[in-house]
Design a protein around this ligand. Structure first.
Ligand code: SF4
Length: 276
């Protein structure tokens, strides 16, 4: 395994954590090390399932751009012309129906927030924050080809980071007064399942637990001396670093929904962080 000899084992100080880096760490400490400490690009893959996934990731990125441009007021007819693949056309049509249904209040698309967390920082980029009548809705668009269970989405670091960080850092959207957790809800809107969103409410006890969990996770990563490979080899199925870890070169067939969409989610998030 020559690529993993002499790996660095310390994060930059301060380090800016995101939901995707924290999720990587929880899924596999080695993946966190390779991606965020070593900053290794993954080797090119040429197997059919991965190519299909990568194509869908690019389409997912394009859909996010279309949604963002729609939210800032670009004409729908012009944007429709850019929805030029079957997936994009279907998602765009579903998006149009979703937009027509909702009176969302004041809209803040592609909003970035950050706050100190221990000796580091936590940041998130939100697809959309909508504020209406003293309540805030956090929206995130997902282009998964299977709809995950609400319980699974609720347990994702993204859900914990997005809601908790919004309560800590979103006061400027509420006249300078922090939103109470009970005033915040997170909605995952699935482009292929437009009438089945995951709507995840929040409250003070969830907020307290989430912030404590994030603080403890960041402290654990900061003091980490080594970043072992996961024992759960299901995590490796779609991981782009398989060849670094001798966990196979080809992507798994028949992978579980959780591993598959987790990998897609992380990769898409990384693209967004790099390009936007
Ligand atoms: S291939 Fe497996 S062990 Fe290696 S980084 Fe990916 S998830 Fe971790």
């Amino acid at each position: 395994m020559p690529e993993t000899v002499n790996l660095k084992s310390e994060i930059q100080n301060p380090f800016t954590f995101s939901q995707s880096s924290l999720q990587d760490y929880v899924d596999c400490a080695r993946r966190f090390q390779l991606r965020y400490i070593e900053q290794l690009q993954w080797p090119a893959v040429e197997t059919a399932p991965v190519l299909e996934n990568e194509r869908r990731q690019v389409e997912g990125q394009q859909f996010h751009r279309l949604a963002q441009q729609s939210l800032i007021g670009l004409p729908a007819e012009k944007l429709a012309r850019l929805a030029n693949t079957p997936n994009l056309a279907r998602w765009w049509e579903n998006w149009q129906d979703f937009r027509e249904l909702k009176d969302l209040g004041s809209l803040y698309p592609e909003l970035s927030l950050s706050a100190p967390l221990g000796q580091h920082r936590l940041m998130a980029k939100y697809d959309l924050i909508a504020v209406k009548d003293g309540r805030a809705s956090i929206f995130d668009w997902k282009t998964y080809h299977k709809r995950p269970k609400d319980e699974w989405m609720s347990a994702r670091l993204q859900t914990k980071v997005y809601r908790a960080l919004f309560v800590v850092a979103g006061a400027h959207l509420n006249g300078g007064q922090p939103f109470a957790p009970e005033q915040v809800e997170m909605t995952y809107w699935y482009a292929d399942f437009p009438i089945e969103p995951s709507q995840l409410p929040y409250d003070a006890s969830r907020h307290k637990r989430a912030w404590a969990e994030l603080t403890s996770l960041v402290a654990e990563i900061s003091s980490k001396q080594s970043f072992p490979l996961t024992n759960d080899e299901k995590m490796c199925g779609y991981c782009p670093y398989r060849s670094y870890c001798e966990r196979g070169v080809q992507a798994d067939e028949g992978e579980s929904i959780e591993s598959e969409i987790s990998s897609l989610d992380v990769s898409l998030e990384q693209i967004q962080e790099i390009e936007f």
